[in-house]
Design a protein. Structure first.
Length: 59
């Protein structure tokens, strides 16, 4: 099953918390984030990212 990036939140200038379509969370660096955004936009043809509020810290 392929997963894709569905939401991100900036927690620091160079780190982002990202939520994927399978429900998993990962901390991404800014370089990877930029590449993932570009790939998601190309693959789905829509704005794949939304700002989200997470209730707990993602470690």
């Amino acid at each position: 099953m392929k997963r894709y990036l569905v939401a991100v939140r900036e927690d620091a200038p160079s780190y982002w918390n990202a939520m994927f379509s399978d429900g998993s969370f990962e901390q991404l660096d800014a370089t990877y984030y930029s590449e993932a955004v570009e790939e998601a936009d190309l693959r789905f043809g829509v704005a794949a990212l939304q700002q989200i509020e997470m209730e707990e810290d993602i470690g």
